[in-house]
Design a protein around this ligand. Sequence first.
Ligand code: S3P
Length: 183
Amino acid sequence: MPDDNRPRAVFLVGFMGAGKTSVGRVLAARLGWRFIDLDDRIEAREGRTVRDIFEQSSEAVFRKAESAELRALIDDLDRTPTVAALGGGAFVQPENTALLHESAAPTVFLDASVEILTDRCEPAVSARPLFRDHESFRALHDARRPVYLGATCRVDTAGKSIDAVADEIITTLGLQAESRDGQ
Ligand code: S3P
């Protein structure tokens, strides 16, 4: 770890459509850190999409793979500063919350109203097995939001650009940006 107390990893959490991957990529570029999308890692290890894991196996199989991948990522954190985007359900699994707590890295909850999240997800529902209909989407969101509020900090993303959200995270966590444009 570096001599100062600045974090060397940041985990982005929040519901489907929160912008975890988009913000994560920009944030990592600004910081000069690597970016990891946990779902991409699960898909690469499993050799199939998240949707296929849900459909061919089950959500329980996906959750097991998700926890294993998170553990592997956390075990590897000392080596490379990392921004990681977690799938919408990862932070609400108690086993994962405990892992994240142990890692001592800050978690950032990207917040938005369920209406905004619905609008953002609707163009790509096929990639999201848990987007079944508006009613269940809202119910799942409402059940999870109190858990997301347990993250280290919350950033309201409504009406903000991806760049603005990344900047807000840098300021809130006292991180050192390498570049303003990620170039
Ligand atoms: C899930 C969200 C998805 C993905 C999986 C389960 C969830 O990720 O991990 O479909 O439980 O909310 P995104 O939040 O990136 O859509």
